[in-house]
Design a protein around this ligand. Structure first.
Ligand SMILES: *[C@@H]1O[C@H](CO)[C@@H](O)[C@H](O)[C@H]1NC(C)=O
Ligand SMILES: *[C@@H]1O[C@H](CO)[C@@H](O)[C@H](O)[C@H]1NC(C)=O
Ligand SMILES: *[C@@H]1O[C@H](CO)[C@@H](O)[C@H](O)[C@H]1NC(C)=O
Ligand SMILES: *[C@@H]1O[C@H](CO)[C@@H](O)[C@H](O)[C@H]1NC(C)=O
Length: 335
């Protein structure tokens, strides 16, 4: 049961179901309910300078935005795995979040991640870490090969990352061909895949259909770069300039990419999707016999981060777009 006791976790599950029911039944009461529940008061964010003035406390405003990670899961396999089972970038020295309702809604294994942002600070091609694997047929490293195989397995079973920012799921929204009851053709998933693969006959599986670049035969593409867009709602007091105000985070979106960044030593020079077309994502060759002459495989994890102002979404209704589609689509992400 991780760091939760049985008692508190079952209480929270009950409370969470209650919360969801209420969301669906009566949106108007959501804010009042939130304020009465532990850990679910809104957090105010502000620019770094202002946060320092106010001692970066939760009570005043904070500029640090931490990303937490839940277990990875798959609709094709019943078992979910902890983030650190895989050789992704690991966190140093940050503690697990105190458990609260919003976090428990997504499961019980929420852990800190190495992704930490500063409110309203754009980042481009920010590197998180590089992992290098010696895969040489003769003198390759056994452990390295095992780590890569684990990653490939996660890809072939379509395992999904579940990231959490400010108690909200980070969602991956993409176009779908069907329209829902509200005429939308966008679907937002509260997670994104580890990667996707193309079989030996060139059939693209799962997310590989979204981009020409993920088309090389017998390849496992790793989604090693993400574009994250955070939407915030400024809380403006009379006559106050936005830059001096606090804001609430109302939406966190992510778009995953498989990219071979251009590196200069350890630094990323460019992280644009390649224009070399088919097969130009970052891939691990399938099947051990196909590693061929490859001696070393490097995966650099990186992100772009942007902030967008949005006055039309309020903090209390920030989950609505997800809950709306739950009533339309029978995808059950609330397991
Ligand atoms: C910030 O911390 C300093 C030193 O601990 C204290 O003197 C000051 O009053 C604090 N400011 C606020 C806004 O809490
Ligand atoms: C965020 O940054 C933009 C552009 O730099 C600025 O105009 C805006 O006032 C900032 N908003 C907040 C809440 O800090
Ligand atoms: C990330 O940002 C940089 C700088 O704006 C841009 O050149 C690059 O194409 C972006 N990467 C992606 C995947 O959007
Ligand atoms: C703000 O959110 C609304 C509702 O999701 C959306 O329609 C609109 O495009 C967003 N505006 C911006 C500037 O992102």
């Amino acid at each position: 049961m991780g760091y939760l006791t049985d008692l508190s976790s079952s209480w929270m599950v009950i409370a969470a179901s209650f919360l969801v029911l209420n969301f669906l039944v009566d949106n108007g009461r959501v804010e009042a309910m939130y304020l009465g529940l532990p850990g679910l008061a809104p957090v105010s964010f502000c620019q770094e300078k202002l946060a320092i003035l106010k001692n970066d406390t939760d009570e005043a405003c904070k500029s640090t935005i931490d990303v937490y990670v839940n277990r990875l899961d798959s609709v094709e396999n019943a078992i979910s795995y902890e983030y650190d089972r895989y050789d992704f970038c690991q966190v140093e020295g940050r503690l697990s979040p105190s458990e609260n309702l919003g976090q428990v809604v997504f499961g019980e294994r929420i852990r800190p991640s190495p992704y930490t942002f500063t409110f309203n600070k754009t980042e481009n091609c920010q590197k998180v870490c590089t992992k290098t694997y010696k895969v040489d047929k003769k003198d390759g490293d056994k452990e390295d090969k095992a780590k890569l195989n684990l990653l490939k397995k996660a890809v072939s079973f379509n395992y999904q990352h579940h990231w959490i920012i400010d108690n909200m799921p980070v969602t991956w929204c993409y176009e779908v061909q069907t329209f829902d009851a509200n005429g939308r053709s966008e679907y937002c998933s509260p997670g994104f895949p580890v990667g996707c693969f193309v079989d030996a006959d060139g059939n693209r599986k799962d997310a590989c259909v979204i981009d020409q670049r993920y088309g090389g035969k017998n390849s496992y593409y790793i989604f090693n770069h993400v574009n994250i867009e955070l939407e915030y709602h400024p809380i403006l007091k009379d006559g106050e300039e936005e830059a001096n105000s606090v804001a609430r985070l109302v939406r966190a979106r992510i778009v995953p990419f498989s990219i071979k960044q251009t590196m200069k030593g350890d630094e990323i020079v460019s992280c644009s999707p390649s224009n070399e077309g088919e097969g130009s994502g970052l891939s691990i060759p399938g099947g051990s016999q196909d590693i061929g002459d490859v001696k070393e495989i490097s995966i650099t994890y990186s992100y772009n981060l942007s902030f967008t102002k949005n006055f039309s979404v309020s903090w209390a209704s920030r989950w609505d777009y997800l809950l709306d589609q739950m009533t339309d689509v029978s995808i059950n992400w609330f397991r």
